[in-house]
Design a protein around this ligand. Structure first.
Ligand code: LLP
Length: 437
């Protein structure tokens, strides 16, 4: 009879696209911490999004806030993906990376001062409030504009990632669409697009319901040709979490578009703008375990201290997000059985923690990991989306970590250097003498 696997063994997370050898190669070539992105998975995910079910045409926009490195933008641009930008700065960054202006759509909480210039260059703008609609109307009367609508319903993987419903400031509240229509009529604007995005890590059932509500909104705007249903498709980072099947959620929406066309004669173009789905599991942080300490008593723990932390990955501290952690013995050495650890980052901040309780950033939790020693590698998985671009960068003056692509041929390519200390303070000016005591 074969003995059952010990329970803790089955709970250990595995590497996604790295091997212990490639992780070591990253460490010896670029040092740690370093971000690594897998080109094969980036391409596979892009292809999957490009085959999202659609009736009359599809544009996939990469929500670039999730991973704004130019190399990633260029790869997706070369595959025919367009861009969803969240600020004027992101628009300029995408253009600097070579993305054509008319492939960029801007949905922003803060309309950039130069937005008229961006509109003129061909950037698509979705007005996200009544004042943005007025500003767009005044800047370019007669122009085509999109409207981002808060449909009254939202859904997110955490409370902080739900951006629909009365508790959210994102988009024009659906009951104020009459006011939006008045602004549009007054200035001779044309509504070309309706846009809804209800949250990240959304419940697929709620997403589908909102898709139906969004289609209903199209009836109010007869000039609208494009419906953008946002992003938010949940991806499991931990092995026990589920991932959205795009075919399953997309097919009914395709049917709704066909029914709408049969009824109105309008063949609507579908846009989606995923970030997480495209990149969440294609990135990892390779870090080194730089210390191990312990406390005792009923509430005692063994703590692993990484040479990375909230300066590189903020999601656990911000949302109580769970990221797989895989310890790799240096040089492939043999270690004892797995055991529970609390894993923390390198900042002088008790909130710099990589193992919070799920959804509770204030509560530390233990995680069973392969036994580790100082000098071992720890790979943090699920670090492609909202990680390098959304960190507490430079806190404690830790420099920004490098970003590396793992090519389909197994070669490593540096796409962002490690920041130098001087780059952290290069814009600071000396204290004026008049202030010195
Ligand atoms: N479109 C709009 C208008 C958005 O605001 C977002 C995300 C997306 C698309 C892409 O959503 P995704 O497919 O990545 O879920 N920082 C959080 C998520 C908040 C993102 C905000 N907007 C995270 O770490 O999960």
């Amino acid at each position: 009879m074969v003995a059952a696997e010990p329970e803790v063994e089955t709970k250990l997370e595995q590497l996604r696209f790295l091997t212990p050898e490639t992780a070591e190669a990253v460490r010896s070539t670029y040092g740690t911490p370093a971000y690594v992105y897998d080109v094969a998975s980036l391409k596979a995910n892009a292809r999957e999004c490009l085959s999202f079910p659609n009736a009359f045409g599809l544009t996939v926009r990469f929500a670039m806030k999730s991973c704004p490195n130019a190399a990633v933008l260029q790869l997706f641009n070369s595959m025919g993906l367009h861009i969803d930008a969240s600020s004027g700065w992101e628009v300029r960054r995408a253009m600097a990376a070579g993305v054509p202006a008319d492939h960029i759509s801007l949905s922003t909480q803060e309309l950039p001062r130069d937005f008229a210039e961006l509109l003129g260059a061909g950037v698509r703008v979705n007005a996200c409030s009544l004042s943005q609609a007025s500003a767009a109307a005044l800047a370019l009367p007669g122009h085509h504009v999109g409207l981002r609508v808060n449909p009254g319903l939202g859904s997110g993987g955490t409370k902080r990632t739900n951006v629909g419903g009365p508790g959210s400031s994102f988009g024009i509240w659906h009951e104020q669409l009459g006011e939006a229509e008045a602004i549009i009529a007054k200035h001779g604007l044309h509504v070309a697009r309706i846009h809804t995005h209800i949250g990240s890590g959304s419940d697929p059932a709620v997403w589908q319901r909102v898709s139906g509500l969004s289609l209903d909104l199209m009836r109010r705007f007869p000039t609208a040709t494009h419906l953008n249903l946002g992003g938010g498709y949940k991806v499991g980072r931990m092995s026990y979490e589920y991932s959205t099947d795009l075919k399953v959620i997309g097919e009914p929406v395709k049917g709704d578009f066909e029914a709408f066309a049969a009824e109105t004669g309008r063949r609507l173009h579908l846009e989606i703008e995923p970030g997480t789905f495209l990149v969440a599991n294609v990135g990892a942080i390779v870090s080194t375990i730089q210390d191990i300490v312990s406390t005792s008593g009923d509430e005692g723990h063994t703590f692993i201290k990484l040479d990375a932390g909230m300066t590189d990955l903020l999601r656990p501290s911000l949302y109580g997000a769970q990221h797989p952690l895989v310890t790799l013995p240096a040089g492939g050495a043999k270690r004892g059985p797995p055991r529970p650890y609390v894993v923390v980052g390198h900042c002088c901040e008790s909130g710099d923690i990589l193992t919070p309780a799920p959804g509770e950033p204030d509560v530390i939790a233990e995680r069973v990991l392969g036994e580790a020693r100082i000098g071992d590698v720890c790979v943090v998985e699920g670090c492609g989306a909202y990680v390098s671009g959304m960190s507490a960068k430079n806190y404690n003056s830790f420099p920004e970590a490098p970003e590396v692509l793992l090519g389909e041929d197994g070669q490593l390519h540096l796409v962002r250097r490690r920041q130098a200390l001087e780059q952290i303070y290069q814009n600071e000016l000396p204290l004026p003498e008049s202030i010195m005591s």
